[in-house]
Design a protein around this ligand. Structure first.
Ligand SMILES: [Fe+2]
Ligand SMILES: [Fe+2]
Length: 475
């Protein structure tokens, strides 16, 4: 079952051909997906042939095949990790029972909501990134952007398959609506805030793929534990693709830092104005971008206390990150967790039932993972002999969701007055001038092996190809 059937219109490893009704329904959705791609997918890319990897098998070894393809001919399809017929639910009230192959009636509405919310993020990021190809800093980076875009398209397919197969008519309607909402659209926006923000430039793109695709990793990991087996298996396979997206973000920022450090050393200065005049991005601007993307992304985990989170866990719909590696009872009744609250203008910790705090648990796991990569970025600065370090802002900084929304916090975790916030906001979050400056650097560089002046070349090419390989053929 793990090999993928490419002889069908929709590549799949779920024996789609045996279910004619489902196959026809998905083949009906397919042209709408292609129209969506043509309308709001990567701008001006229709004739490009891009060196992309395509899944040929879901086996851990060698699932990917590389070759030049036009993106609209990419073999989007339906791939589930191999199933285990004896799999048991390993957390919540149904712990020890057999995993579900179909949706239990009482969990239908919640499961549909979970799948739609996840599915909605996938096309959203393609829409957010659609202009970036016009200002790529290199052909190598352009290829990576396109790889991410087609894989986010495939993630949408993954969720649409579940909706069509398991949710009947409402599922088909939800699948249509996924192509109708649009990132940033005032009347019909994407479901979650961060997916309606702009990704105006490549610094924002690298921060997005580092932080926001990592939110994807944590959400998918929690869903990969689900008692609903088809959801668990499909999200497991999506995780293998997500790893590349985060790599693009982490290595992208490392390369920006490496270039900035080089300019600082050459000029023997840490003056942002001089760094900018030399065509590199100054560290305070990079820090402000980091603050923005980090705070917007941690909002995606939802309210710190949530009865929905408790229901999703107890009913087996959504586990914790690495649920299987934890040594507690996997039921969590009577356990507590610390969350932050604001009282009389001060931040306090308070203990709440852990089941209600599972959004916060996942957010804290995300924070730990994010900080590790920021540490690796700082190594780039350290190695270059630059004393400045990037830091992750306080968890309560710039929050719009949950108990921390509405309070004014400095990045270093002080509650500040409205007046101080207004006076210092420009130190903490990207300003219109920052955006204008970064935009001014975004010229298109696409000759093989050439790189824009604000970013260092990568250490290695893709799939062991040289850095100056022709990753994109413009036709
Ligand atoms: Fe995705
Ligand atoms: Fe992603």
């Amino acid at each position: 079952m793990s090999s993928i059937n490419y002889s069908e219109k929709i590549p799949n490893n779920v024996n789609l051909g045996e279910d004619r009704t489902l196959q026809r329904a998905l083949e009906g959705w397919q042209p709408n997906f292609i129209n969506w791609w043509d309308d709001v997918g990567p701008e001006g890319s229709t004739n490009h042939e891009v060196y992309l990897r395509t899944a040929v098998s879901v086996d851990p070894n060698g699932w990917a095949q590389f070759g030049h393809v036009k993106m609209r001919d990419y073999r989007w399809g339906i791939f589930l990790n191999p199933g285990d017929t004896n799999r048991e639910i390993h957390f919540g009230d149904h712990k020890g029972e057999k995993a579900w192959q179909d949706v239990p009636g009482e969990h239908r509405a919640n499961l549909r909501r979970i799948i739609v919310t996840q599915g909605d993020t996938e096309p959203a990021s393609v829409e957010q990134q659609r202009h970036l190809g016009l200002t790529a800093p290199s052909m190598y980076d352009l290829r990576n952007l396109f790889q991410i875009n087609v894989e986010e398209g495939r993630h949408l397919w993954a969720m649409v398959y579940l909706l069509h197969k398991h949710f009947g008519r409402d599922g088909r309607e939800e699948a249509e609506a996924l192509l109708q909402r649009q990132s940033g659209d005032e009347n019909n926006p994407r479901i979650l805030g961060a997916f309606n923000e702009k990704t105006p430039d490549w610094l924002a793109f690298f921060m997005f793929t580092y932080f926001t695709d990592r939110d994807g990793k944590f959400q998918l990991s929690a869903l990969a534990e689900s008692a609903f087996d088809p959801l668990a298996r499909t999200t497991k396979f999506m995780l293998t693709e997500e790893a590349h997206h985060m790599f693009v973000g982490e290595s992208g920022i490392s390369r920006v830092l490496s270039r900035t450090a080089q300019v600082m050393n050459d000029l023997k200065t840490d003056d942002p104005a001089q760094v900018r005049a030399a065509g590199a991005i100054d560290l305070p601007t990079i820090q402000r971008y980091l603050n923005f993307h980090y705070s917007v992304t941690i909002d995606l985990f939802g309210a710190d206390q949530s009865s929905n989170a408790a229901t999703f866990y107890s009913s087996g719909l959504k586990g914790r990150y690495e649920e299987g590696k934890r040594t507690d009872d996997h039921v969590l009744k009577g356990q507590t967790y610390k969350v932050l609250e604001v009282k009389d203008g001060q931040l306090l910790e308070k203990e709440v039932p852990m089941l209600n705090a599972l959004n916060e648990v996942l957010r804290d796991d995300f924070i730990k993972d994010s900080m590790a990569g920021v540490g690796r970025w700082n190594k780039v600065l350290e190695k270059a002999g630059v004393p400045t370090r990037l830091v992750v802002p306080h968890k309560a900084f710039n929050r719009q969701i949950g108990a921390l929304a509405g309070i004014k916090m400095s990045p270093d975790g002080r509650v500040v007055s409205e007046a101080e916030w207004t006076a210092r906001k420009a130190e903490w979050l990207p300003t219109p001038e920052d955006f204008a400056f970064v935009a001014s650097l975004m010229g298109r560089v696409v000759e093989p092996g050439k790189f824009a002046g604000w970013i260092a070349p990568p250490v290695m090419g893709i799939n062991r190809q040289p850095v100056d390989f022709e990753y994109v053929r413009f036709n």
